[in-house]
Write a protein of this length. Structure first.
Length: 494
């Protein structure tokens, strides 16, 4: 194992996971439903329905079902009949009429023959019918149209209920496959297979486009307060198992990252304009825009009248309606103090957001370095005796730079929510050291290459790459230890 790999494993100790391909996922799913079917002596399709109801939490299913089997059969959408079959064999009467299309056996040309074995599907001379174990029978054409609408238009597969309004019986996969055909059947099968990973709390899809792998890990929700469960797919993609953010959000924990992303969506676009063009009402703190030259402001929300210049009550201004001379009065000072706090909070947010956004933008620009790096590597080969392997130090440098930009981006998210104390100052020291090293490496990669500077440049870039990677590991390792030890104090409930 390389030093980088050892550092990664050490930082993520406590996150045990495995990567599963499509075949392994199918086998795991089949194994779980066979275990449940065998334990409760039910059909595998019924076991699948129960497992989907319990989000594939087999332990919780077993515990609950053993205590109240009839209750959980009903709420999961299974038959409460003592018989193991999920679909009864019913013979429709000779006067059967479909309650959807109102076609009848007589219209079809005679009475229905016996239903197909075990599927509740009856074939008459001109009509086929289908019923689940609830006994609600409809013609197969209406059932097929109903299922097609659920699959194609609603993207549903796991919890399709009986066609009868108000009936909670679930259409099992064998029954669905009996009436669906072609592309709709393929989509149903695909959706059903996807729900296994979507529902199971211990599984997550790799977010990389085109990757069909999933990661299996047992990370309880309470662990997300002290752990950043970054995992790595076999395709090389790193992402957070807790919230599926890719390429992850180390060193910020999921709750902090989520709060930050929501705040950025809500605040970033308007924060600068608000700071320059508005003030808060001194009484109710509503944001007010000054759209004229008059300094006499009336809050639309609470109707409070105040002075735009000093933020004091307008009633205390006497006859000085348009020339405020009460800047140092107590009432105005207190109002300005409240507004100053609000402005300070906004300025603090902008401080962290601007740096967060800067590293995000720099990371995008650094990715453009890949194309330029390829060209530089070719130039170095042509103008020196270096082989293609020997010029890979440039690609390694760009990869390291990209990873560090992502880390720095999330350090500003974390710093925004940290309370000020000695530990926070140490965190910011590590942040500053990494940031300086990153900028040094970025500047070095932007320099032009000449035949004379290749040896010194190669040595300089290689040394900086190693140093930058080391500074990143120091920051991440220290932060991870702080999460585990409860060292970090947050300004918001976590």
């Amino acid at each position: 194992m390389t030093a980088d790999a050892e550092a990664w494993e050490e930082r993520h100790r406590g996150v045990e996971y495995s990567v599963l391909g499509p075949a392994e996922l199918e086998e795991k799913q089949l194994r779980e439903r066979r275990d449940v079917a065998s334990m409760f002596e039910i059909q595998e399709t019924d076991a699948s329905t129960l497992l989907r109801y319990f989000s594939w939490n087999k332990e919780r299913l077993i515990e609950s079902f053993m205590e109240r089997p009839e209750h959980y059969s009903a709420v999961a959408g299974l038959s409460t009949s003592s018989r193991p079959s999920a679909v009864q064999t019913l013979h429709p009467p000779t006067d059967f009429t479909c309650e959807v299309c109102f076609s009848s056996i007589e219209d079809a040309g005679g009475a229905s023959s016996s239903s197909s074995k075990g599927k509740g599907k009856s074939r008459g001379p001109g009509m086929e019918t289908l019923a689940l174990s609830c006994g609600h029978r409809f013609c197969t054409a209406c059932y097929a149209a109903y299922l097609q609408q659920k699959v194609e238009n609603e993207g549903e597969s796991r919890r399709i209920q009986c066609l009868m309004e108000g009936c909670g019986m679930i259409v099992d996969e064998n029954t669905a496959k009996l009436v669906l055909q072609g592309a709709t059947l393929e989509r149903y099968t695909h959706l059903l297979s996807r729900t296994y990973v979507d529902d199971a709390p211990t599984l997550r899809w790799c977010p990389s486009p085109g990757c069909e792998n999933a990661v299996s890990a047992a990370v309880p929700a309470k662990a997300l307060r002290s752990l950043v469960p970054t995992v790595r797919c076999a395709c090389g993609t790193e992402f957070c198992f807790g919230c599926a953010e890719a390429p992850g959000h180390e060193p910020a924990i999921c709750k902090v990252a989520g709060l930050w992303l929501r705040k950025c969506r809500d605040d970033s676009e308007t924060a600068n304009w608000i700071s320059a063009n508005t003030k808060e009402c001194p009484k109710c703190n509503s944001t007010i825009e000054k759209n004229g030259g008059c300094n006499h402001m009336t809050c639309r929300k609470c109707k409070y009248e105040w002075c735009w210049i000093c933020a004091g009550p307008w009633s205390e201004h006497g006859n000085s309606w348009y020339n405020c001379n009460r800047f140092d009065e107590k009432s105005g000072t207190e109002a300005r103090s409240d507004q100053a706090k609000s402005r300070a909070q906004l300025e603090r947010y902008l401080h962290y957001f601007n740096r967060y956004a800067n590293h995000e933008q720099s990371a995008r620009l650094d990715r453009d370095l890949y194309a330029r790096t390829e060209k530089k590597m070719e130039e170095m080969q042509l103008s020196s005796q270096l082989t293609w392997i020997e010029v890979q130090f440039l690609r390694k440098a760009v990869d390291t730079l990209s990873a560090c930009r992502a880390t720095l981006k999330w350090t500003y998210c974390m710093a925004f929510y940290l309370e000020r104390d000695n530990m926070t100052e140490l965190f910011e020291d590590n942040q500053r050291d990494l940031e300086r090293a990153v900028e040094d490496l970025s500047e070095q990669l932007e320099k032009p290459i000449t035949k004379e500077t290749i040896p010194s440049m190669r040595q300089r870039v290689t040394d900086l790459t190693v140093y930058v990677a080391k500074r990143r590991e120091i920051l991440l390792a220290d932060t991870a230890e702080g999460h585990r030890d409860g060292r970090w104090k947050w300004s918001v409930p976590i």
